[in-house]
Design a protein around this ligand. Sequence first.
Ligand code: PBG
Length: 325
Amino acid sequence: MTFPQTRPRRLRRHPALRRMVRETSLATDDFVYPMFITDGTGIRNPVSSMPEVFQFSIDQALIEIDEVAALGIPMIDLFGVPREKDLTGEIATAEDNLIARAVTAIKKRFPELLVMTDVCLCEWLQHGHCGLVQGEEIINDETLPVLARMAVSHARAGADMVSPSDMMDGRVAAIRKALDEQGQPHTPIMAYSAKFASAFYGPFREAAAGAPQFGDRASYQMDFGNPREAVREALLDVAEAADIVMVKPALPCLDIIYRVRQETRIPVAAYNVSGEYAMIWAAANNDWLDLERCMMESLMAIKRAGADIILTYFAKRAARLLRAY
Ligand code: PBG
């Protein structure tokens, strides 16, 4: 049956009816809120390319998290912005490292809030690469034990989940083994499985002070043209016992999210990255786009593509809007 008997517009005539037949829904439970943690006290540094995003010292982070928890956002993701960096990962893996201290303080005050930690070395090493370096080479296998130690230090401090974002081969297996051997078998791993070498991470590199000092990340992050390889990376991480696989960035990779959703049976996360956030803000600040409508459309698109979980700097704003419905 076709027009005039069939009229798709019949179901679009009433707002309640539109809501009833909407195929995709967003909820605050979908969100993870990324936060940047730095040394010191009383620090709340705005990130110029990311409105409403700050680097927080631990005491100030607790104030921010009050709001995050009150909004019902289930999980935060902590990135370290340490004052001191080295070449070996000592600072990142020390027993009382910045992130371990942050996790302990946050879990003490907010036991019900889930705290995930970023496991990657770019913010902690002087050259800004995600792994150890020999000459100009980012060396894979030597980096794995450092990442594993980092993950264990976070889990021991009480982290509810760890998320390796470095893109070294074999790191999920190395981290899983270390967690299991060191008494943390219940700590899940959210693996940045299909992480592309993307220009959309630009603002993050200011926020996390982790831009590479030489070369780029193309020898470890994925080439932008490779959907099959993205699926392969996701399946490798599943085989290495990742609990959740992630696709990053999100909006330029909706096809990848869709494919990974089809090919795996575990939850899929997507990272709505700093550049995606900055882009909408910049246009909104020019009165060229409506901030909140574009935000909700973006998040809905990521969900519709197949993501179960969305890491987004918009989490607080979106949660506020969802509560108002
Ligand atoms: C570092 C890391 C990056 C992001 C998350 N972890 C930057 C990069 O790989 O250069 C990007 C997040 C964002 O842009 O919001 N391993």
